[in-house]
Design a protein. Structure first.
Lengths: 443, 442
């Protein structure tokens, strides 16, 4: 039997699907509705100092027919009175004692931090999340990402919080840094019980071509927003991996956030070491109902592989994510076109000829649009297989026999660093590079 | 207009009866599933008689969770695979898809549904287990969609289930009645086998229940009985000359076609009488079997035909001719049919009036009567206290599907007078729940 329940740094929840602190967790009404729909936890929309919001708040990147592939916002923390939020936290906990309700907080002085921690503990919150991530508006007032980008400041505030908190504390990190380890380590050293990431990424999603103002436009002007949604998932995964592989930070649990929408995203995050996931954009797009797909898919995945809890496979991808210098230089793959599947779009040809290694040729016979791979020139970059619109039409076939293994690291250790260009795959013995003037023959 | 050559081999038969909703490949399924908007309170779900969670199963296809997708489908509809291709989706889920409002083709829900369930059937994915044996036994009469659906649901609830079936194959009209270009026999039987292997109900073939003794035996041996007997043979027209050789009922013709396939002998000129979906199917099928001329004759106008427009269009595109406002008055010929004498009709003050002075003959060597199936009235007489309505349909409670004889429950064509597979699938499932509720109340 699959058991989806989690114990995240002492915060218990029936499953790892949590709502990220954002508009879907604005009110008790929304959170109760979400718990009914199947979510296991919710991080309340950040509570803190009084704010006012602007009207026109979101922008999006639509890619082809996909709306909101990337999403950005210029909203601040909650604009509802603290007392209302506290009362509703209490009410939600009364109806859902086994679900995780986590209060996200953002204030300034030590005294304010201590006060608000006491308030949310009294309301019955199961945990606290420190919002050091908001990259617009709040940072201009010295909070949010302004804290998250200064490890020393971050550590001090975490220490203040740890002095007062009796419930688990999660530190939410901003990705707007050059090295995520720095704030991650500061949070760990400050005594945080867990970390969560990523918050949104500074962004401009588009410019109105008539008014020359960035979206979302507020009376003719705009500002940078925070970017999230499916587009940011790869960035989130890399940062989660960085923390999960760190010898110290990995001692505390990680809640993964950023572009999660389907069960596959959830499994990937868990494989990279997250033990809960938080979702915002996908819920803002489709509503709480998407958790049905996540839960059914995660269960199916676990049943098929006989995993009992998510801890049985958490972090299992980490040993396979290594540094470039440890990759086997002797491994070789070559593209292969399945002629029965090919529909003759010739995208692979032009991608390789213009954008890669001139390793695909056209048949030259009228009526035959099936390209072929020039094996000597194929470096195994994958590009053609990525652009091919037919599933499994171009596959990358392994051509080495697997007996040889040599990494850059080993070459360095053996004092075998190349002094000439000796890669046989490009510019090598068999690789053919057309003459520059061959380009003109199509003029 | 298509011209079909008389099929003389299985391959030619397959070509003439090319599947209207062929199995999707993974690329098509990927693109098609990506179009679904995941609507809230989705209209497609509301339009599905079994309320399948359509946006969910489509999203599951898109995230490559085909097993989960088919579980979502079977959870609501035990015949999800067949329904994907036999349902009139244009008037159900696909007709309700929000894309229609944008003049964009709706999501091909039926084919996606068939695609997902095909995966779990072909890979024999075990999705369901029988419930814990509760010691009670249920008899089902008829292994059509209603009976099979009831059996599956009852097994998950822990009942032992025996299905008594008059014929030698399960699944009722899905095998014997539905047009071969919608589904093949192999596909129908594969789904039933798949369900049967997981859930373990018994089907006792070639065993019609048609005597009082048999009814008494069922009543004493079982805790409850579900009737999924469908409809009977084609009703008689009470027409002069109806007994001539070459006059056949549509269901009987189609059953013959589905059994004999290219070996069915097909006369050159056919008249099909009727204006419902069965008439459209029968006419299309004659044309595809290479009949030189197939005339579809209906006594009223085209607009008042009961058939769906798309079924009529399909028949016409297969090469069928139509004749409206014509009522058959006599079937002529010696021993064998040689033609049908028609009279023109007119609607006056909403009433159909026959104009007698203007009769004409359409020559043919076969007449197919698609004028409705008789009800199983004789069979119902065997059961005491079973109320029927004025159209000889079994009266049931709308939530529990219990008949007026509390030991009996019923569903499918027997209660609705002839609808779709999906309605029978829904009824069977709900009746099983009704049975469970009733047996646990006692
Ligand atoms: C020509 C035609 C085309 C159709 N096309 C479509 C279509 O494209 N799509 C669609 O969704 N629906 C279609 N339908 C309707 C669909 O086939 C029926 O609605 C559905 O099969 C009804 O299921 P059922 O279980 O109620 O009855 P049936 O399918 O009729 O099954 C009844 C079963 O009970 C058995 N039986 C009857 N009496 C006894 C007895 N006394 N003892 C033992 N066994 C008995 C029969 O042998 C049969 O197997 C079509 C129907 C016809 C006639
Ligand atoms: C409109 C909006 C408001 C947000 N407000 C907050 C907030 O108050 N506190 C916070 O910690 N994160 C906030 N976030 C960030 C989200 O919690 C989350 O970290 C981010 O959106 C990435 O997840 P996603 O890709 O699932 O959306 C907000 C995001 C959006 C889109
Ligand atoms: S989503 Fe709701 S609040 Fe936002 S602009 Fe539309 S109607 Fe207004
Ligand atoms: S991209 Fe794929 S389908 Fe297109 S020509 Fe190349 S192999 Fe064929
Ligand atoms: S109505 Fe159409 S787009 Fe909306 S959920 Fe249903 S199939 Fe998808």
């Amino acid at each position: 039997m699959v058991d989806l329940s989690v114990n995240f740094a002492g915060i218990k929840a029936p499953n790892p699907f949590w709502l990220a602190s954002a508009p879907p967790t604005n009110s008790g009404y929304q959170i109760m509705k979400a718990f009914e729909a199947g979510w296991g936890g919710a991080v309340w929309k950040t509570l803190g100092v009084p704010v006012v919001n602007v009207s026109s708040r979101y922008g999006s990147v639509n890619y082809r027919n996909t709306r909101m592939m990337g999403f950005n916002n210029i909203e601040l923390i909650t604009d509802r009175p603290l007392a209302d939020n506290l009362r509703e936290i209490e009410e939600v906990k009364k109806y859902f004692p086994d679900h995780a309700v986590i209060a996200s907080l953002m204030v300034q002085s030590k005294a304010e931090w201590h006060q608000i921690i006491k308030d949310v503990e009294n309301a019955g919150a199961d945990g606290i999340e420190l919002n050091f991530g908001c990259p617009h508006g709040m940072c201009e007032r010295g909070m949010g990402s302004a804290v998250g980008q200064e490890p020393a400041v971050l550590k001090t505030i975490v220490e203040w919080v740890m002095e007062a908190a009796n419930i688990p504390v999660i530190t939410k990190l901003t990705p707007n840094v050059s090295e995520i380890i720095d704030p991650g380590l500061a949070a760990y050293q400050g005594g945080s019980d867990a970390v969560s990431l990523i918050n949104t990424i500074k962004s401009i999603v588009g410019i109105d071509l008539d008014t020359f103002a960035p979206y979302p436009v507020v009376d003719g002007k705009g500002t940078n927003g925070g970017y999230c949604g499916p587009a940011v998932k790869p960035i989130a995964m890399n940062m989660i991996k960085d923390l999960a592989q760190h010898p110290e930070i990995s001692k505390i649990p990680i809640s993964g956030i950023g572009g999660v929408e389907t069960w596959r995203d959830v499994v990937e995050f868990i494989l990279l070491g997250a033990t809960s996931v938080q979702v915002c954009t996908a819920v803002m797009h489709y509503g709480f109902g998407i958790v049905r797909e996540m839960e059914a898919g995660l269960r199916q995945f676990m049943e098929e592989r006989n995993y009992h809890t998510i801890y049985d496979f958490a972090g299992k991808a980490l040993p396979n994510v290594t540094e470039w210098k440890h990759l086997n230089l002797k491994h070789k793959v070559i593209a292969e076109i399945n002629e029965d599947k090919c529909i003759g779009c010739e995208l692979c040809y032009i991608a390789c000829d213009d954008g890669a290694h001139q390793a695909i040729s056209l048949s030259g016979e009228p009526g035959n649009r099936i390209p072929s791979i020039i094996e000597a020139n194929c470096v195994g970059c994958n590009l053609c297989s990525l652009v091919c619109p037919v599933e499994n039409c171009i596959t990358m076939v392994k051509t080495d026999d697997g007996t040889e293994h040599l990494t850059w690291n080993e070459r360095t250790l053996n004092d075998d660093v190349p002094v000439t260009f000796d890669d046989d795959r490009a510019g090598g013995k068999h690789h053919f590079v057309p003459k520059p003037t061959d380009a003109l023959k199509y003029k | 207009m298509a011209e079909y050559k008389r099929p003389t081999s299985e391959a030619e038969f397959k070509k003439n009866f090319k599947q209207k909703k062929p199995l999707m490949n993974s690329t098509e399924a990927f693109y098609e599933s990506s179009r679904c908007l995941f609507c809230y309170d989705a209209p497609c779900v509301q339009a599905c008689p079994t309320s399948i969670d359509i946006p969910l199963f489509i999203k599951q296809i898109h995230t490559d969770n085909l097993t989960g997708s088919s579980k979502t489908i079977f959870d609501s509809n035990w015949l999800g695979n067949a329904c994907g291709v036999v349902c009139p989706t244009g008037v159900l889920c696909e007709g309700a898809c929000v894309y229609n409002h944008q003049d964009v083709p709706p999501i091909q829900i039926g084919r996606l549904q068939n695609y997902a369930t095909n995966y779990s059937i072909d890979n024999n994915k075990k999705l369901f287990k029988p419930g814990l044996d509760n010691g009670k036994k249920i008899a089902i009469v008829g292994s059509g969609p209603a009976g099979i659906s009831a059996a599956c649901e009852l097994r998950t609830l822990g009942y032992e289930v025996d299905i008594y079936e008059a014929k030698e194959k399960p699944s009722g009209l899905t095998v014997y009645g539905i047009a071969p270009y919608k589904i093949t026999n192999e596909e129908v039987l594969k789904e039933i086998d798949y369900l049967k292997n997981q859930l373990g109900f018994n089907i006792i073939y070639n065993t019609p229940i048609d005597t009082t003794e048999e009814i008494n035996q069922l009543e004493s041996k079982y805790d409850a009985i579900f009737l999924g007997v469908g409809l009977g043979k084609t009703a008689t027209l009470r027409l002069k000359g109806e007994d001539k050789l070459g006059v056949i009922g549509a269901v009987e013709f189609i059953e013959d076609l589905r059994n004999k396939r290219h070996k069915l002998s097909m006369p050159k000129n056919v008249v099909v009488i009727g204006g419902g979906n069965t008439a459209m199917d029968a006419a299309s099928e004659c044309a595809r079997m290479g009949a030189r001329k197939t005339v579809l004759a209906y006594r009223r106008s085209r607009e008042s035909m009961g058939a769906y427009d798309f079924e009529y269009d399909l028949a016409i595109s297969a090469g069928v001719d139509s004749l409206f406002n014509a009522i058959p008055v006599e079937i002529i010929g010696n021993v064998k049919v040689e033609g049908v004498k028609f009279a023109k009709t007119e609607v006056i003050d909403g009433k159909l009036v026959t104009i007698t002075n203007n009769e004409f003959i359409v020559k043919c060597d076969m007449v197919i009567k698609a004028t409705g199936q008789a009800k199983q009235g004789m069979f119902y007489d065997l059961i005491s206290g079973l109320d029927l309505d004025s159209k000889t349909r079994i009266v049931v409670d709308k939530d529990t599907f219990q008949t007026t004889n509390p030991k009996y429950f019923a569903g499918g064509d027997a209660i609705n007078g002839g609808a779709e597979v999906v309605n029978a699938a829904y009824d069977g499932k709900m009746a099983a729940r009704g049975i469970n509720q009733w047996l646990n109340k006692e």
